[in-house]
Design a binder for this molecule. Sequence first.
Ligand SMILES: [Mg+2]
Length: 121
Amino acid sequence: MNKTIAFIDDKPTIGKILKTYLEEDGNRLLYFENAPSAIEWLDQGNRPALIITDMRMPLMSGDEFLAFLKSNPLYKPIPVVILSSAESTDERIRAFEAGADDYIVKPFNPLELKARIKKYL
Ligand SMILES: [Mg+2]
């Protein structure tokens, strides 16, 4: 209860939809439009229970963001769920090998996402 989820996607509309579903249980969803702004927030000492990140984003891709998180001992323990618009086996394998905990293809059902991330909250 009352866990913070950091959500990073260059499209704010998805953030608004997820906020509605994921905050129903008393959790908090913090939306970031790009990975660098989420990193800035993490660098201030904030620790979310979970990071959900888009793959295709300007400034820093989901791949690069995931690699950054998993190479930093401070951020490595935070579970990361990848949201991707590509149903690509190669990308999926790459994400899991880079340390992603789950991989969800867009468009997705918010209720399914909610069920899948429950174990991290
Ligand atoms: Mg995108």
